[in-house]
Design a protein around this ligand. Structure first.
Ligand SMILES: Nc1ncnc2c1ncn2[C@@H]1O[C@H](COP(=O)(O)OP(=O)(O)OP(=O)(O)O)[C@@H](O)[C@H]1O
Length: 413
């Protein structure tokens, strides 16, 4: 398990020693008696033992019953916070609560040894007062593991850490998008093959543009030479390498209509070769398969204002049918509202990335649950891939996109 950039398994190097000892004790006699199968089984047994010992020691640490203060003190990233633990226990009357503190790119993380959502929900306001933050600024991962909840308190802006774009999380020949890191330090990625279209929501200064940039970069690095079309009312993406770019919404609509025409032709060609979709076609006929078409519309309601019916028809067809033709759509939206983003369009977007949005209603539209209204901004996200549960984290910042993550003045939005 990783907390922040820190791997808890590293706490227990002695388990490696135990593995070697167990392996030697079990394997040598087995091999000496001439049984290769027994030797291999013994090695397997030793490996399983090592995994269980590590997990057992780690859980004990997280559960707080056997906290190894010496080990944790050596690492600034993870600390049992005795002060917070004592105050939590006093404030809640629950003597089982133990707080282990760590940090991620934007949050102070408090791991609390309790996974009963009802109990935690009841004590959240008291935890907020112990941490000295407003209750609605607290985030919460109720069942982060067995007997474990994680409470997230936003750090001061000066303490935020940037998340560099990580190319190694991508796979050549696949349309993998790199989003950033979750609060436990894991890479957050998605595949356009599983979920072709993406909705990115976020009010001004929330990090929406940087999120689109990270996605564009991911697609360019896929090795599939994507054909990129950007329709961007504000023009902030004008320096991105692409096939077409426009800030003119009339032109944007015409671009989408032309893509629909091409997509219809493509699907005829794909079906004629006996394939169901672009991914199959690419696997079967890599030499003739056309490049994927990536469409990015930033500030979708602006485009929709151009001609509501025509825009909804064209976006509807592209998202409903043409992932099979190799067309992948990303919509950016500042204030997601049910009337500008009707359910039948919204449901076509399986990948949902929400940065800070104006209120909980907008969060419901953006990601089907409240919470994005309380995000601290500048790249903090809630992410949902299809039916999976929501992941919180911070988006990748492409090198050179910004000098220092903490340098910006706090947003008033
Ligand atoms: N992932 C990130 N990591 C660090 N800082 C970030 C990140 N994303 C955004 N920021 C910071 O927040 C600022 C605003 O980001 P961005 O331009 O992406 O916001 P936006 O939501 O597109 O806003 P606007 O609509 O006003 O353009 C950036 O200049 C940068 O300082």
């Amino acid at each position: 398990m990783r907390i922040g950039t820190f791997d808890l398994d590293q706490f227990y190097p002695e388990t490696h020693l135990q593995t070697v000892t167990a392996a030697t004790l079990l394997t040598v006699p087995a091999l000496a008696t001439g049984s290769f199968v027994a030797g291999v089984s013994a090695l397997g047994l030793a490996w399983v033992a090592r995994q269980s010992i590590t997990a057992w020691k780690r859980d004990n640490c997280l559960l707080g019953s056997d906290l190894d203060a010496e080990d944790t003190r050596e690492h600034a990233a993870v600390n049992t916070n005795n002060d917070v633990t004592a105050r939590l226990r006093k404030a809640t009357g629950n003597q089982d609560l133990t707080a282990i503190e760590s940090r991620s790119a934007q949050y102070r993380l408090l791991s609390v040894a309790n996974d009963d959502p009802a109990q935690i929900a009841k004590v959240l306001p008291r935890i907020a007062s112990v941490l000295g933050v407003a209750p609605d600024a607290l985030g919460w991962i109720p069942t982060a593991g067995r007997d474990l909840s994680i409470i997230l308190a936003p750090l001061e802006r000066a303490e935020w850490l940037p998340v560099p774009f990580n190319e190694s999380a991508l796979t050549q020949g696949k349309l993998i998008g790199y989003v950033g890191r979750d609060v436990l330090g894991n890479h957050v990625t998605y595949s356009r093959q599983d979920a072709p279209h993406m909705l990115i929501s976020g009010t001004t200064r929330s990090g929406k543009t940087e999120a689109i940039r990270a996605d564009l970069q991911s697609m360019r690095l896929s090795g599939l030479r994507p054909e990129i079309h950007i329709i961007d009312a504000k023009g902030t993406l004008c320096r991105e390498q692409c096939a077409t770019f426009t800030t003119d919404m009339g032109e944007g609509l015409a671009t989408l209509q032309a893509i629909v025409e091409r997509a219809r032709e493509r699907i005829r060609e794909i079906v004629a070769t006996g394939c169901d979709n672009w991914f199959q076609y690419r696997a079967k006929c890599p030499d003739v398969c056309p490049a994927p078409i990536m469409v990015y519309v930033d500030e979708y309601p602006q485009l929709r204002k151009q001609d509501k019916e025509a825009v909804e028809t064209v976006v509807g067809e592209l998202t409903r049918v043409h992932a099979a033709s190799g067309v992948f759509v990303t919509l950016g939206i500042q204030k997601p509202k049910a009337d500008t983003l009707p359910t039948e369009i919204r449901d076509m977007f399986d990948i949902r990335l929400a940065m800070r949005v104006p209120d909980s209603k907008a969060s419901m539209v953006a990601i089907d649950e409240p919470g994005a209204e309380g995000l601290p901004g500048a790249g903090a996200f809630m992410f949902r891939n299809g039916g999976d549960s929501v992941v919180r984290g911070r988006g990748a910042l492409i090198e050179g996109a910004d000098k220092a993550s903490g340098a910006e003045p706090a947003s008033t939005a």
